[in-house]
Design a protein around this ligand. Sequence first.
Ligand code: CA
Length: 217
Amino acid sequence: MRLLLVEDDPLLGDGLKLGLQAEGYTVDWLRDGKQALHALLSENFDLVVLDLGLPGMDGLEVLHEIRQRGVMAPVLILTARDAVSDRVGGLDQGADDYLTKPFDLEELSARLRSLLRRGRESATPLLEQGQVVVDPASREVTRSGEKINLSMKEFTVLRYLLEYQGKVVSRDRLEQALYGWDTEIESNALEVHIYKLRKKLGADFITTVRGVGYRVG
Ligand code: CA
């Protein structure tokens, strides 16, 4: 799950990034509204945590712009302003949920999980290839009806490959989905996840396309 965190307060941002990473999210953190707008229009995120008072561009404007341009990722707004008018304004602009500062990480995590569930339940059908079935809503994976346990990273790779079934997904794309922008990636980290997936799902489940990437189906 790739999450964009937009928060200009360095202490809060740092704490949130670490906390959300510990929950298993791939977290990219921006401190500026304009940069956030650019990132959201050019890349895919599963979730957005958006502060309202930001340099560059106000959070509500960012939200308005991305919704206008068809970015549908669930957005949770963080705000110190707990005035009713702000909440109503945010809802009008297409926010999915709110949290008023201060809040604790557990509360944020619970809200994010619920947003992901809601989004997936309404939008995402089961993904299937051969004997393997993936339920994006519950994150359950079965092979010939038997439950398979995958790590968060393995699940991310598998879901990505299945969403582009029959097409080659480049290494770069998979690595970005797994690690975001700024984490140092070990050169064989992706191979390790692919290796483990093949062990669990069958040696020929994922095809290597030399010099390009990987394909399922
Ligand atoms: Ca702020």
